[in-house]
Ligand binder design. Sequence first.
Ligand code: CAA
Length: 394
Amino acid sequence: MGLLHLTETQQEIQRLARDYAQRELAPLAGERDRESRFDRAMITQMAELGFLGMLIPEQYEGLGLDAQSYLLALEEIAVGDATAAVTLSVHNSLPTQMILNFGNEAQRTAFLPRMARGEWLGAFALSEPEAGSDAGSLRTQAVRDGDHWVLNGTKAWVSHGNEAQVILCMARTDSPDARRGSKGISTFILTPDLPGFHLTKKENKMGLRASPTLQIVLDNCRVPADRLVGEEGKGLTYALGSLDHGRLGIAAQAVGIARAALEASARYMTERKQFGQPIADFQAIQFKLADMATRITAARTLLHTAAAAKERGERVTRFSSMAKLFATETAMWVTTQAVQIYGGYGYVTDYPVERHMRDAKVTEIYEGTSEIQRIVIARETLAAAAAADGSLPD
Ligand code: CAA
């Protein structure tokens, strides 16, 4: 499909995901959205295809895919249903990767196979009501008590927090009397059976309505000491480092949402007649389609160039933020154009483009707003320029 040079295996994975998404996800995506219904059976189906273990190595029962294959699959899933894509992106990019990269062998063996099989869904709890973009200001406090940690605080905006069996949670382990800033945060593996773990507010959202977003209150939540991930005090670094990968997933989701809107628009343009001809014959509408297609291809190319760099083991912080920024703003722009092409019909729920537009909006917000991506890109670009004596290597 176009510019990307894909291996046979990557093409096969792309085809498998596309067939599945078009056959099973797309037909019911509107209904799930209207009913705000998270579909666990859909997760089971995707698990059977291996989609819950795409980045988990085979030794822990995952597929051990390369980053590009994973992102191709995610894009196809998002074309079918953006809510399925966010579930897969969060699970595959954040909790499973944090356990894999920073956990110990006992944690990997205990959690990863069941997460790869989709028996356990993973979630990520970094944000709090008063700590969103400023993730380092989080306040949830963990205090050591014998062979447990006791956690108190509120985690916010946790995607599928009520459906997850494994939640990677960031909390402060420094003392309130001697704060250590970003070095005072640690990562814990929570499970909903822990005493003091409470699901509270479920958000009523504009889009991605079939993906529940929860607040979690930790009220003297007792967490066994062996649930601490990696080193004490490294939790923020683990979380932000993992978001480098997570943001590529959200970029793929955004490309998929934009593509769904493009494909719907291309169909509609040839069917809808005004002034005695299909609106596809009007250059004003053709130009919209041309710009939509160009931006989507540019977003996908940037995304896969960043993914290839990640696959080579390079640090991709800057490029992952660029891919997320460009792909999500593309999704917002493209879906808005799609609604315009549909006119009044785009503004009502008879056609899917209003849902695509609502779904696109949050991609500019979660896993770091567009403004945060610009901060990261600017910082990294300045650092790269300084390191290269003023020139800007790509
Ligand atoms: N990789 C590894 N380490 C990183 C890193 C990266 N990409 N970025 C920062 N760090 C490290 C830094 O080196 C620093 O470590 P030290 O203290 O040891 O030096 C530490 O993390 C703190 O970094 P900064 O000093 O740069 O932190 P800051 O306070 O200036 O904030 C920020 C930086 C870019 C604004 C960051 O807070 C950020 O990205 N904010 C957005 C948060 C976000 O994306 N939240 C998403 C919530 S999850 C979600 O939406 C999930 C969902 O369910 C869909």
